[in-house]
Design a protein around this ligand. Structure first.
Ligand SMILES: [Zn+2]
Length: 378
C-alpha cells in the first residue's frame, strides 16, 4: 500500500461511524463538536501541568464517555440531529483533545517514569532523596513548634461545584466554581477555610497573596509572643511560589518583626495534613448542593472535635492589592539557563527586609541571600 492510499484510508475511517458504517455527515460531526465544546471544563489551575497534559481540555472528575454519550444522544434527539455511536463519539472526544481531569497529587510523574524505565536509577534516587529530605525537614519543624514558633500547612481543595446533584441531567449545565483554600496549624491543631466563588475572585497570585497575608496577620495579632512562622505547601507558582506572595510575606515580616519562612514539598509528593481536612469535608457532602452557601454550612459543621474549622467567606471588595510592594522578582538566577523559581525549596523573609532562599533541605544546605535585592525600594 503506498502512503497516499494509507492516508486516504485513515481519512475515510475517521469519517465513518463504526456503529452504522456510514459516512458521518458534516452537520452531524459539527453538532457533536459543538456539543463537546459547550461542556463545562475544569479551570487549568486544578489540573496537572506536565507536558503530557499540555493543551488538554479537562472535564470534571468522574465524567465517563458512556455517561457523556447518553447526554449527547438526548441533546441530538432534541435538536433533530442523528446521533453517532459511542465508538465514533469516543474517537472524536480524543481527537479534539478532551480528557477527564486527573487530580494534581494523584501520582508522581518522576516515580511513574522510573517504573516504566524512562529515567535512570541515579535520577530516581536523587528524586527520592529530595522527597525524604523535605519530609524530614517538615517533621523537624513540627516538633519544634512552640509559643514562639508556629508551623502551618496550606493547600487549595479540589474545586467544589455548584450545583452538585446526584441526578445526571444536571451534569453538563452551567456550573459555578467554589474555591476553598485551607490552612492547618500543626500545633495546636486547627483548620481554617477561606471560601469564595468564581464571581468574587479567581485563582490568581493576588488572591492567594491576600489570603495568606490576611490569615497570618490574624495569627500574629492573636499571638503577641510569636517570633517565627513556617508555612509548608506545594510549589504551585500561582498559589505559593511567586513575587506577589513573597511581597505579602515580606510586608508582614517587617511590619510585625516576625521571621517568616515558606517551604515547599517536592512535586508529586505533596500529601499533607490539609488532605485529611479535604476528605473530612468531602465525606460530609452527601446531599445535593444548590448554592455556595450550602458548602459554607458543610465546612462549618464538618468537624466538631477538637474544634470546628474556622470558615471565612471572601467577597470581591475585600481582596487587597499587594503586588510590586518591595521587589519585582524572587528568581534566584539572572540569566537564561540560571536557577528559576522552580528550583526554590524555601524562601525566608526577615523583619529587616532580607530575603533568603534554599535549594534543598539536605544537611549541608544553607540559606543564601536572594541576588535580586538590588531592586528593593521599600
Ligand atoms: Zn516521585
Amino acid at each position: 500500500m503506498n502512503p497516499s492510499t494509507l492516508k486516504n484510508k485513515q481519512k475515510c475511517h475517521q469519517n465513518l461511524d463504526p456503529k452504522v458504517h456510514t459516512k458521518v455527515e458534516t452537520d452531524v460531526k459539527d453538532f457533536l463538536k459543538n456539543w463537546l465544546r459547550d461542556l463545562p471544563r475544569v479551570d487549568s489551575y486544578y489540573c496537572r501541568s506536565t507536558a503530557t497534559y499540555k493543551d488538554k481540555k479537562f472535564l470534571y472528575q468522574g465524567t465517563t464517555i458512556s455517561q457523556l454519550h447518553r447526554e449527547y444522544g438526548q441533546a441530538a434527539a432534541t435538536a433533530g440531529v442523528r446521533a453517532v455511536g459511542i465508538q465514533y463519539f469516543a474517537a472524536v472526544f480524543h481527537e479534539e483533545n478532551y480528557s477527564v481531569v486527573i487530580p494534581r497529587k494523584d501520582q508522581c510523574d518522576v516515580c511513574v517514569s522510573f517504573k516504566h524505565g524512562n529515567i535512570s536509577k541515579v535520577a530516581y534516587d536523587a528524586h527520592v532523596t529530595k522527597k525524604d529530605e523535605a519530609r524530614q525537614e517538615k517533621s523537624r519543624d513540627k516538633d519544634s513548634a512552640d509559643e514562639e514558633k508556629s508551623i502551618w500547612i496550606m493547600d487549595l481543595q479540589a474545586v467544589l461545584l455548584c450545583p452538585k446533584a446526584q441526578a445526571n441531567s444536571l451534569y453538563y449545565k452551567t456550573k459555578l466554581q467554589v474555591h476553598n483554600f485551607t490552612l492547618f496549624n500543626l500545633r495546636p491543631q486547627g483548620g481554617y477555610c477561606y471560601v469564595w466563588d468564581e464571581s468574587e475572585g479567581d485563582l490568581c497570585s493576588e488572591v492567594f497573596a491576600h489570603l495568606q497575608y490576611h490569615h497570618f496577620e490574624g495569627v500574629i495579632k492573636g499571638h503577641p509572643d510569636l517570633k517565627e512562622i513556617i508555612v509548608w505547601s506545594d510549589g504551585c507558582c500561582y498559589q505559593n511560589r511567586n513575587t506577589c506572595v513573597a511581597n505579602a510575606y515580606s510586608e508582614l515580616a517587617r511590619k510585625y518583626g516576625v521571621l517568616i519562612t515558606q517551604k515547599y514539598l517536592l512535586a508529586g509528593h505533596t500529601q499533607m495534613e490539609c488532605d485529611s481536612m479535604h476528605s473530612t469535608i468531602e465525606r460530609k457532602i452527601v446531599a445535593d448542593i444548590y448554592t455556595p452557601r450550602d458548602y459554607v454550612v458543610i465546612l462549618q459543621t464538618a468537624r466538631i472535635r477538637p474544634s470546628p474549622y474556622y470558615v471565612k467567606v471572601l467577597k470581591h471588595d475585600e481582596f487587597l492589592k499587594l503586588n510590586g510592594s518591595y521587589f519585582f522578582s524572587i528568581r534566584p538566577g539572572k540569566k537564561v539557563g540560571d536557577l528559576t523559581v522552580h528550583d526554590l525549596q524555601g524562601v525566608q523573609f526577615s523583619s529587616e527586609g532580607k530575603v533568603n532562599f534554599k535549594l534543598s533541605f539536605s544537611e549541608d544546605s544553607v540559606w543564601e541571600e536572594l541576588p535580586q535585592m538590588g531592586q528593593w525600594h521599600g
